[in-house]
Ligand binder design. Structure first.
Ligand code: SF4
Length: 328
């Protein structure tokens, strides 16, 4: 029997995938290429919308393989949110929950939607404008998760640093994070996703000074070229991004830094891509989630010509993965 394992998500998923592979090999399975496997396991983390999007992106390929091999079994596992579970049910033979010890994370939404209209992104179209949950609701959930024994608590939003409690406008994300940190218990806190814009000194200080806040940060850059960033409607320049990383590293020297990046955005020239490689060499991200650009109907970028050839996107993706300490 042959298996193929696909991992989309965070470091925890990588570690879980190693365990899954070891247990399959113990049962006599041999690792194989996607097209030759009898069992495909997709291990994802719904914490990251990009991971969920990538699983959706697999559907066509998996259906084709299934039509060619009626014995093929396809399993989805990992930290799959309930809402995603429903959506994925029709594409997978089985959706398995990770045993608690492998997924000791509580996922707590603090907001839904987003007010930024990055030109490639469907989130504002699919989920609407930013709506924040009150700090009381969020903190109650954190307390409940801590009491239930979760060792890791994620505060989730499409754009967490735009958070503002509807119950008290003075409570921004930095303050919410500090309040969550002050809840008694043995747990760590992580959050996803922040935006390089509005990443305030106050937030950096709270991260540095709060003992429960993990020294981990995913700071999506999306491109290392300021002109492409402008086309993506990302409101920062390369200099501003690098200055921000410098400030964060100065205050939190042991920070584990990851990023999201898109290669092959419409019109991205080789030289513009080189600026992304320069950024990667300079920043030395611990992890990078590299996505090849694909047009999404309804987005502003959908009207632009998707003119970077698929092979070239693949080449750029490979280069960035090689420039990352722990490729995703
Ligand atoms: S900030 Fe994030 S969620 Fe909001 S539009 Fe941009 S990429 Fe999408």
């Amino acid at each position: 029997m042959r298996y193929h394992l696909i991992t989309y998500g965070c470091q925890m998923n990588q570690a879980d995938s190693e365990k899954i592979a070891a247990s399959l090999e113990k049962k006599g399975y041999k690792k194989a290429r996607l097209g030759r496997a009898d069992l495909i396991v997709v291990n994802m983390c719904s914490v990251r919308q990009s991971a969920a999007d990538r699983v959706f992106g697999l559907n066509q390929k998996l259906s084709k393989l299934k039509s060619q091999n009626s014995n093929l079994k396809i399993i989805l596992t990992g930290c799959v949110l309930k809402k995603d579970r429903e959506k994925f049910r029709k594409f997978f033979d089985e959706i398995k929950k990770m045993p608690q010890r492998n997924c000791p994370s509580a996922l707590i939404p603090i907001s839904h939607g987003c007010n930024n209209f990055c030109t490639y992104c469907v989130v504002p179209l699919a989920r609407g404008k930013l709506v924040c949950l009150s700090h009381q609701i969020v903190l109650k959930e954190v307390k409940k998760a801590a009491e239930a024994g979760f060792k890791e608590i994620w505060l989730l939003g499409q754009n967490v640093n735009d958070y503002q409690s509807p119950a008290d406008a003075s409570i921004n994300f930095a303050k919410l994070l500090k309040m969550a940190n002050d809840i008694p218990g043995d747990f760590s806190i992580r959050f996803m996703s922040p935006h390089p814009r509005n990443f305030t000194d106050e937030l950096i200080s709270v991260m540095a000074e709060s003992e429960k806040v993990a020294k981990y940060l995913n700071l999506p850059v999306q491109s290392g070229d300021s002109r492409i960033l402008k086309k993506m409607r990302r409101p920062y320049t390369m200099k501003q991004y690098k200055d921000l990383v410098g400030k964060i590293r100065k205050k939190i020297p042991n920070i584990n830094l990851s990023t999201d990046v898109i290669v092959g955005f419409p019109g991205e020239t080789r030289n513009q891509f080189k600026n992304t490689t320069k950024l990667f060499k300079e920043i030395k991200f611990d992890i990078a989630y590299v996505a090849k650009y694909s047009p999404r109907p309804g987005t502003a970028a959908f009207r632009l010509k998707d003119n970077v050839a698929p092979d070239e996107k693949k080449r750029r993706e490979k280069i960035l993965r090689k420039l990352t300490k722990h490729p995703s």
